[in-house]
Design a protein around this ligand. Structure first.
Ligand code: ATP
Ligand code: MG
Length: 421
């Protein structure tokens, strides 16, 4: 075959055997967000690079190392979106969605980051996200976290995950912490990794994210953000936890949870699992009250999350087997009956619009076709034959109850299927 082209490293084809999982997760997510009356928003995959450097932050791993950025034919610097929040904010400002309005939005789509591919970490992956704009206070935070909880609940994987929560403090509290952190780290500067040394002067809070063991060791005795939180911030966090608890949602405070993006301001949270190794976060989000203004809109409070669909699907695949099974297979008893097969299948789809009706059109012998059909495991089979006078009849069988009937008319066939559903 010579030079066979392959998918780009870190990207994956979603093959038919995997698609039932994707459809399941996406449709549950759509059900949940519509039950909460959130509206869909879709934005382009391509944006100006500046959108992400101005929102996620130049010193974050995402912007400094992971973005797919390139110059297009006009010489503009564009990037494939590494996440959805900045895009939704850009779109909302552009369309005037935040002017004296409250918005509760959701999106699903591919994101791109040039990371080292491994289980649960890809270069093209998918987020299902929720964003609420215009709402202050903990009620909206409880609602958005409840949406993520309901998604995990409907997926049946709540027992695999824990909700960690933290408060990043008000701007003045973060500034005081930042100063204390710099004071603590500066004398040890030469023990820090190269990125962290640079971040010490550009964005010291990002050092907390460092994955370098020596840096993490140094951080063990560093001051923590918790020590700098005001009573209001602490009170806010416990009020939110209580509200969630009365909705049946338990949370654990993790004082070292900071998130890898610069725009977060207050409450942050993550759903974490032990079952995916180092890729343990399946859903993450928080408050980002400064971002709309930072990107040129009016100051607008905001709270949201993004769930990583690949990681949710990895958990599901280890627990449940999902397949797509036809309800009924229409089988020509002889390849010459294919036109009738198409007609009967089409009639049945009209009468049973929710069913998957599969016509068997491979033109193989009846025996070979039946063998294949049994592997599909449908609820019904309907074999088309002709009698001595050349009239079609239909041998229909319910494979669960083993009931069957030989029907001489299409009406008879439909009656049998109605009686036997
Ligand atoms: P991580 O610490 O695992 O790199 P992150 O903090 O970079 O995650 P976010 O930007 O908050 O992740 O994105 C939200 C969710 O998207 C993550 O919790 C994860 O489930 C998923 N995610 C992030 N990066 C990837 C990736 N490269 N491949 C697959 N899923 C990802
Ligand atoms: Mg990351």
């Amino acid at each position: 075959m010579g030079n066979v082209l392959k998918a780009i490293r870190g990207t994956k084809d979603m093959l038919p055997e995997e698609s039932p999982y994707w459809q399941h997760v996406e449709s549950l997510f759509r059900d949940v967000v519509s039950a909460y009356d959130y509206q869909e928003i879709r934005t382009p995959v391509l944006e100006e690079t500046a959108l992400f450097s101005r929102s996620i932050g130049n010193e974050t791993d995402i912007v400094s190392k992971e973005m797919y950025s390139f110059e297009d034919r006009n010489g503009d610097s564009l990037s494939l979106r590494p996440e959805g929040t900045a895009c939704v904010v850009r779109a909302g400002i552009q369309a005037g969605l935040f002017h004296n309005q409250w918005q509760r939005l959701w999106y699903v789509g591919p994101m791109f980051r040039h990371e080292r591919p491994q289980k649960g970490r890809y270069r093209q992956f998918h987020h299902a996200g929720v964003e609420a704009y215009g709402y202050v206070g903990s009620a909206i935070e409880a609602e958005v976290i409840a949406i993520s909880h309901e998604l995990l609940n409907r997926l049946g994987i709540l027992d695999e995950v824990t909700c960690q929560i933290n408060h990043l403090g008000e701007a003045s509290e973060r500034a005081a912490f930042r100063e204390a952190l710099v004071d603590y780290l500066t004398p040890h500067k030469n023990k820090l990794d190269e990125d962290s040394q640079r971040r010490l002067s550009t964005n010291p809070l990002r050092i907390l994210d460092s994955k370098v063991p020596a840096t993490q060791e140094l951080l063990q005795d560093a001051p923590t953000l918790m020590d700098f939180l005001s009573d209001e911030s602490r009170e806010h966090l416990s009020q939110l936890q209580e509200m969630l608890s009365s909705l049946g949602i338990q949370t654990v405070v993790n004082p070292s949870l900071v998130r890898g993006l610069d725009y977060y301001t207050g409450v942050v949270f993550e759903w974490v699992t032990e079952s995916l190794g180092a890729q343990g976060t399946v859903c993450a989000g928080g408050r980002y009250d400064g971002l709309v203004e930072q990107l040129g809109g009016r100051a607008t409070p905001a709270f949201g999350f993004a769930a990583g669909l690949e990681r949710l699907i990895l958990i599901l695949q280890e627990r449940d087997e999902l397949t797509s099974v036809p309800d009924l297979c229409v089988i020509p008893g002889n390849p010459a009956f294919m036109p009738t097969t198409l007609e009967v299948a089409s009639l049945l789809r009209e009468h049973f619009p929710a069913w998957r009706v599969s016509s068997q059109l491979a033109g193989r012998s009846l025996k070979a076709t039946m063998k294949q059909v049994f592997q599909l495991n449908p609820r019904y089979t309907c074999v088309i034959s002709t009698d001595e006078s050349g009239m079609h009849y239909f041998d229909v069988k319910n494979l669960e109850t083993r009931e069957s009937r030989s029907c001489s008319t299409q009406t008879d066939l439909i009656d049998f299927l109605r009686e036997n559903t």
